[in-house]
Design a protein around this ligand. Structure first.
Ligand SMILES: [Zn+2]
Length: 500
């Protein structure tokens, strides 16, 4: 994240300072601590939505006298096609503007995620030792916000029991074994994992039966999820969001049945590498999630590089309604509508489809020469035949673990730990090696072939090309027009725009 901000600085992009918040008062919340009430400048949201500055400097008051400054870079979650009931295209979607970046001068690892839309703002900053979250205080008052600082107030937190089977597909085993410790740091620039998000009718009802509200929610959730993956050098984009506004065709009894129906309904006929189903169950709360395989993706276009078969698919199921149970997902960039548990769950289930086992799987290559295999940590027993792993470190566990306070309150997963070296490398290697996930450029062409408009190229270009403001070398002629914003156009085709 820091590197991205530095690159942006090197490219001489100006971080536009926009006045946002001023301190109002401290308020005590009985039994939990204190929070700060802040007033939002009336012009802020309009300014972001209309000007969409490419880089932004935001000052947040922590008290009467103390502030933190966030340096943020705009990014797009993808050129998303919105559909309703998997048929009609939803028109006139109010698309949120999304930023990510860092806290200026913060030495610890940290992430800041900002999502802005009409009447909507979510800002979360996480470092290794605290989380700051800004949330609107009241639905009827658009300008009063609460700042929750984890050093001053207890955040509500949740457990997981993921139903994913522990077998690997064979190319994955080969990838892990032949590349045990190889870390492919360039993956982020080369490949994009594209996600199709299928929102169950329960989520639509939960969001007040409002399509825009469901879409804003998915943006808030994936802003955090994609940031978590970006920290692992993996680009995640959304290719499509479908909202079920009538009864969805998925059974609501068990997660296994919900996943089987999701997989059977979508098979290989969706745009994206993987299909992520989002449920908000009201009958069986706390089902958490399940992925249909470990290391299974299809190609972006429907029916290409097939993944669907008996009991396997490129789909995962996530029940977002298990937030009331106390557990340890800490430092997650939760927004007003998302929870740490929800972000953790979606990152975790996607992690399975992208090639990672649980941390308590016995197949991790812990050291070489002689090769030693075993479990990374001890939360959740073992998968396979090996000794229990060590307890998680005091700094917290990683995304593919079960160390979320499952019977052991001291255990927690910290967002800033990401996937950890071995699961992170497994995902990078899988994404790198699978032929089904295209290079960013191929994605770009594919997106373009869908004849959609207005999406940023920059995040998908090699950093050097972006810095030099030259068109990238691609197997198609590009036209470059210099202006206040940088545009690349395909010759003889519709414009692909790159706003900076
Ligand atoms: Zn799992």
């Amino acid at each position: 994240m820091k590197k991205m901000v530095m690159d942006k600085k090197e490219s001489k992009s100006s971080f536009v300072p926009i006045p946002a918040f001023r301190f109002s008062t401290n308020t005590v919340l009985t039994g939990r601590g204190i929070y700060q009430e802040l007033r939002l400048s009336t012009a802020f949201i309009r300014q972001i939505i209309t000007q969409k500055p490419g880089a932004l400097k935001l000052v947040i008051p922590l008290s009467n006298s103390e502030t933190v400054t966030c340096e943020l870079v705009k990014f797009d979650l993808g050129n998303i096609k919105f559909t309703e009931n998997n048929k009609e295209v939803i028109q006139d979607v109010k698309i949120p503007v999304t930023y990510r970046g860092i806290i200026s001068g913060e030495q610890n690892r940290n992430n800041v995620v900002l999502t802005v839309n009409e009447n909507y703002l979510s800002l979360i900053a996480t470092t290794t030792d605290r989380t700051l979250q800004l949330t609107r205080a009241d639905e009827t008052d658009p300008l009063t916000y609460r700042l929750y600082n984890s050093r001053q107030i207890a955040f509500p937190v949740t457990p997981i029991d993921c139903g994913t089977k522990s077998e690997s597909t064979s190319p994955l085993v080969a990838a892990i074994q032949s590349h045990g410790f190889v870390s492919k740091l360039n993956t982020v620039q080369d490949k994009c994992v594209n996600v199709y998000v299928d929102c169950f009718d329960s989520l639509y009802v939960k969001r007040g039966s409002n399509k825009d509200s469901v879409i804003s929610y998915v943006y808030e959730l994936f802003n955090a999820v994609a940031t978590g993956y970006f920290n692992e050098q993996i680009n995640v984009e959304i290719m499509g969001i479908n909202v079920w506004t009538t009864t969805d065709p998925y059974r609501g009894d068990t997660r296994e049945n919900a996943l089987a129906d999701l997989a059977n309904y979508n098979q290989d006929n969706f745009w994206g590498n993987i299909c992520v189903g989002l449920d908000f169950s009201t009958t069986l709360i706390g089902r958490s999630g399940i992925a249909d395989d470990i290391g299974r993706v299809k190609a972006n276009s429907p029916g290409n590089c097939k993944a669907y078969g008996p009991n396997v698919s490129a789909c995962c199921y996530n029940d977002l309604n298990y937030t009331t149970i106390a557990t340890g997902a800490t430092d997650f960039p939760v927004g007003p509508s998302t929870t740490g548990a929800a972000i953790y769950l979606v990152m975790h289930e996607m992690g399975h489809l992208l090639g990672a086992h649980h941390t308590f799987w016995c197949g991790w290559k812990l050291s070489s020469n002689p090769d030693v295999y075993g479990a990374i940590d001890s939360c959740g027993g073992v998968e396979g035949t090996c000794a229990q792993g060590p307890p998680p470190p005091p700094t917290g566990a990683t995304i593919m673990s079960y160390c979320v306070g499952y019977g052991t309150p001291s255990q927690f997963v910290d967002f800033n730990n990401g996937f950890g070296p071995l699961p992170g490398a497994a995902i990078r290697n899988f994404v790198d090696q699978t032929q089904c996930i295209a290079s960013c450029l191929a994605c770009l062409i594919q997106h373009q072939s869908r004849a959609e408009s207005d999406w940023a190229v920059h995040s998908k270009l090699p950093a050097a090309a972006a810095r030099n403001e030259r068109p990238p070398i691609v197997p198609a002629p590009l036209l470059y027009t210099g202006s206040k914003e940088v545009y690349w156009k395909w010759a003889n085709a519709n414009a692909i725009q790159s706003t900076r």
